[in-house]
Design a protein around this ligand. Structure first.
Ligand SMILES: *Cc1c(COP(=O)(O)O)cnc(C)c1O
Length: 390
């Protein structure tokens, strides 16, 4: 067997993440590695923290990227906040809230699952009922932007209800950060985690998190050590914490942090609100194109995520074959359905750098072509007009 340097194919990434990474970010990542305690590096870390505060809209001091993907940010929030015996109410409307349950149970807590249909947002009324039925609950957790279905939940209202019942809030914002309005301070979200490879368009592998004072108080008051050495905030903050001296905890992924820094600079140059607007407008154009192709989105318009579009697979179409042809013949990646939606939907992502009108045109033309060849009576010409391709 002969080994050669790996050359990835050029793909347009329109699935549930990763999204396409801007050349400036790739170039930043290729700069020379320096020591993770080098003052030049720790100065850059301070900028990463400030830029994340900007993206999260928070003044929280404890705002930094965990050195591992979004799932580690999730684990970091749960393992630090949940103590053995704690009851956690979880809004359950997709894949990622199921993982929350795993995290609660592995931290020694009890999960109370509040079910909504996949494709629906978390229903605040059901959360309020659960809070009344479980006055001993300590935490409410939910996914703001459920990537498995494309539904947005009302994080502000859910957080208000939780606080009215003396609960803290853990919010998954992996897919929302940089793509739709997210206001950590205004909505008083206590512990929040995200990811780099969705609307921030940095490579996967880091998980921005932010913890507010109430969350830190609960962590400081723990009677038992955090059940993870690596994610224990008390230890991690020796490295990422306030200004001044940094002590070795683990070797930070130096080049991945260069990449995140550059991706956040791009966001800042565009402006957060302009990025939200771009996601919304590009999504509207995609909807026009899909509609012209005779395709439907499964989520009610008022709860749709612009960055993740769950499209119903038409009757008689082999969904996996369509995805395979898009990948191999059009270099276009879209996502499959998960759980109860497996085989029934495609997930078309418009995240971060991928979220551009020209990519909508490419996607609608390619999907229309493949569907027409598969026997779906799609009006590809009308779709081309709808997305401004002709
Ligand atoms: C992608 C995603 C995660 C997990 O992130 P990884 O980087 O894949 O570990 C968690 N929650 C949501 C909502 C996601 O979309």
């Amino acid at each position: 067997m002969r080994f050669r340097p790996f050359q990835p194919p050029k793909r347009l990434l329109m699935g549930p993440g990763p999204s396409n990474v801007h050349p400036r970010v790739l170039e930043a990542m290729a700069r020379p590695t320096i020591g993770h305690l080098d003052p030049a590096f720790t100065d850059m870390m301070d900028e990463v923290k400030a830029l994340l505060q900007y993206a999260f809209r928070t003044r929280n001091e404890v705002t930094f990227p965990v050195s591992a993907p979004g799932s580690a940010g999730m684990e970091s929030c749960f393992v630090n906040l949940v103590e053995p015996g704690d009851k956690v109410i979880i809004g359950h409307n997709g894949v990622f809230s199921e993982r929350m349950r795993e995290n609660v149970e592995r931290s020694g807590g009890t999960a109370v699952m509040v079910d909504d249909a996949w494709g629906d947002p978390v229903d605040p009324q059901k959360i309020e009922d659960a809070l009344k039925a479980h006055p001993d609950a300590r935490i409410v957790a939910f996914v703001h932007a459920e990537t498995s279905t494309g539904a947005r939940s009302d994080a502000a209202t859910l957080a208000r209800l939780a606080h009215e019942h003396d609960c803290l809030v853990i919010a998954d914002t992996v897919t929302s950060l940089g793509g739709i309005p997210l206001e950590v301070d205004a909505w008083e979200l206590d512990a929040v985690y995200s990811g780099t490879q969705k609307c921030l368009s940095a490579p996967p592998g880091l998980s921005p998190v932010t913890f507010g004072e109430r969350a830190l108080d609960k962590i400081r008051a723990r009677k038992e050590k955090v059940r993870s050495w690596f994610l224990d905030l008390n230890l991690v903050l020796g490295y990422w914490g306030g200004a001044g001296k940094r002590t070795y905890h683990h070797t930070a992924p130096v080049n991945a942090l260069y990449a995140l820094h550059e991706a956040l600079l791009l966001l800042r140059e565009e402006g957060l609100e302009a990025a939200w607007r771009r996601h919304r407008q590009t999504h509207e154009r995609l909807c026009d194109g899909l509609e012209a192709l005779g395709l439907e989105l499964i989520v009610d318009p008022q709860y749709r995520l612009p960055q993740l579009n769950a499209v119903r697979v038409p009757e008689g179409i082999d969904e996996a074959q369509v995805r395979a042809r898009l990948l191999h013949e059009h270099d276009l990646e879209i996502g499959a359905g998960l759980g109860p939606l497996a085989g029934r939907i495609w997930r078309i992502g418009l995240m971060g750098q991928t979220c551009r009108q020209e990519n909508v045109r490419r996607c609608v033309e390619a999907l229309g072509t493949v569907l027409a060849e598969a026997g779906h009576t799609a009006d590809v010409d009308r779709a081309r007009v709808a997305v401004g391709a002709v």
